[in-house]
Ligand binder design. Structure first.
Ligand code: GLU
Length: 567
């Protein structure tokens, strides 16, 4: 038999494999059965889903994580299951102090809470440890099992040798990696291995893959799997002798995730599409360990329309909106972000929302089948539109609370050094302007924008931001004096506007814009220009809600005082 190309060949006898396992892992105390007993299947109702988020502790948690976490959270909590947090810190170069707290806080802000797992002060749950760096003995135990069964082996290839192999493969246009004849350590005898170990040579533990890609195309084995988002997937089996444990004994993602998701009794793995190419490795590992794989849900990449009009992946470098901080700093309401994320997570959400405008978002039945598999388009303008609708359903009192919490964190001077929050009832009336009735105004988008949008209501923040309209600038002082002279705070809206029309007509402006449009040469301008003068005097800007309503909130003395500056 030519074992160079015979995938899966094992030079050691079953007895040798056992010996090798003992040699490599003398300290493993527990058996696989011990771990199975320690982490038994969860006593959950039929259909309950167990999901997990497995971030690496870099402290940077982004929109993509939130997107996935949202799906995890919904799947678990909608089904009466469990959502857990596992810290995937096997790459210690990326560790950032306090990262667990950052992850938990960032997600909690958006209404996503874990039931189990890592917390800043210890762990919660019976399936821990939930921090991969604490799970060394668990990985060792299952690596030992694979070695004992001839399914994994120590590989002594050096970096330099691997480099040469890669160069050779590149030159021959072959798939790179350690497989088939390149997997030279596969064929070492027990005696050879013992010698290398005695000489203290570093080694990794590799999977002994059964796949063989050197076979003719039609003989290459394939496997089929039902991805909950993508449907049936058919892929060639793995043929790579993937590293399971690195030279320092730390597991790779591939191995750690398989062991952890099995022992934590994860039922659904929601993760990015970038993991799809390594799915064959994971499936082979589940098979070799004799475990049922979880249901995989490979989510679409978050995309945006780039500067050139084409879809592209959101990038950490170019797109500040990828960072969750962006939404916190600007003060997007978490309910708005949740609502928006659901519109991109589930294609039927918007239709549901139209039919159920008042329903709690958690009543929506989230499903993986309605998730896109071809790139989820993220669009800030759409987020803003969704936010306008969502904020319309939040009472002025709650909006004021939200603004205050945001300002304390991001604009403390707004709380300590301005009158913005000084009169709570006043602030609530301001926030409620134009929100009643069948055609409510949708002015509010996010905290920072709201503060800017209503700042003119507060004398210490009021500034005149715009010029008087050219058509009426020369008459501005005259218009304001006449307006002040005729001003009666008790006027109803009609009487009030009648007076403005009168002033307009008296000063040579058309009382109706359409008359001006017909015969512009007959007038200086029209009533709109005249009322813009008043608007700018009162609000400092030409765009605002209804002036009469604003005056009612400003109150008579503040209204008169502002007008007097221009009279
Ligand atoms: N630690 C992996 C990552 O940050 C998690 C992937 C997974 O959810 O399995 O991408």
């Amino acid at each position: 038999m030519n074992n160079e190309n015979t995938a899966g060949a094992c030079l050691q006898s079953p007895q040798d494999c056992q010996k090798l396992a003992e040699m490599l892992f003398p300290h493993v105390e527990k058996s696989p059965a011990d771990y199975e007993a320690l982490y038994p299947p969860r006593p959950l109702p039929e259909g309950a889903k167990v999901t997990r988020l497995g971030p690496s502790p870099t402290g940077f948690i982004h929109l993509g994580n939130l997107f996935g976490a949202f799906a995890d959270e919904r799947l678990a909590h909608q089904s009466g299951g469990v959502f857990l947090l596992r810290i995937e810190d096997t790459d210690d170069k990326r560790y950032v102090e306090g990262a667990t707290a950052i992850i938990i806080d960032s997600l909690r802000f958006f209404g996503i809470n874990f039931d189990e797992g890592a917390t800043p002060d210890g762990e919660k749950g019976a399936y821990g440890s939930y921090t991969q760096s604490q799970r060394g003995p668990v990985y060792q135990c299952f690596a030992k099992k694979l070695v004992a069964e001839g399914q994994a082996y120590p590989c002594f290839l050096t970096e330099a040798e691997i480099g040469e192999i890669r160069a050779e493969q590149e030159a021959a246009k072959l798939t790179p990696g350690i497989y088939g004849k390149w997997a030279r350590s596969r064929s070492l005898s027990l005696a050879e291995i013992s010698q290398k170990l005695a000489a203290g040579l570093p080694y990794v533990i590799r999977l002994r893959s059964d796949g063989d890609m050197s076979l003719p195309e039609e003989q290459i084995r394939r496997f089929e799997i039902e991805d909950a988002i993508r449907g049936k997937l058919s892929m060639p089996v793995n043929d790579q002798d993937t590293v399971l444990l690195k030279a320092n004994g730390i597991p790779t993602y591939h191995f750690a995730h398989v062991v952890d998701d099995h022992l934590m009794r994860t039922t659904h793995v929601v993760r990015g599409a970038e993991w799809l190419p390594s799915l064959p490795i994971h499936i082979e590992l589940f098979e070799k360990l004799g475990w049922q794989p979880p249901v995989y849900c490979h989510t679409a990449q978050l995309m945006k329309i780039g500067e050139d009009g084409n879809k592209r992946k959101l990038s950490k470098r170019k797109d500040p909106e990828l960072s969750l901080d962006y939404y916190r700093r600007l003060g997007y309401h978490p309910a708005a972000v949740r609502e928006y994320l659901l519109t991109i997570l589930n294609s039927n959400f918007e239709e549901w929302r139209l039919a159920n405008p008042e329903a709690d978002i958690d009543e929506f039945a989230f499903t993986t089948e309605k998730m896109s598999n071809s790139g989820a388009l993220f669009d800030l303008a759409k987020l803003n539109d969704v936010s306008k609708e969502v904020l319309l359903h939040i009472s002025a009192a709650d909006l004021a609370d939200f603004l205050l919490a945001w300002a304390k964190e991001f604009r403390p001077e707004l709380v300590s050094a301005t009158s913005f929050f000084a009169d709570r009832a006043y602030l609530e009336r301001v926030l409620d302007i134009g929100r009643a009735g069948s055609k409510p105004r949708k002015d509010h988008i996010y905290a920072q924008q709201m503060v800017e949008n209503i700042s003119y209501f507060f004398d210490d923040m009021f500034t005149v931001e715009e010029e008087m309209p050219a058509e009426a600038a020369a008459d501005a002082a005259e218009i304001i004096s006449r307006y002040l002279a005729s001003y009666d705070h008790a006027d109803d809206q009609e009487t009030w506007f009648g007076k403005i029309r009168q002033i307009a007509a008296d000063l040579g402006y058309a009382a109706k814009p359409k008359d001006y449009k017909k015969n512009p040469q007959d007038y200086k301008g029209h009533v709109g220009h005249v009322s813009t003068v008043i608007r700018i005097a009162l609000m400092g800007r030409s765009q605002s809600p209804d002036v009469w309503e604003i005056q009612q909130i400003l109150g008579e003395s503040r209204t008169r005082e502002r007008l007097s500056r221009f009279a």
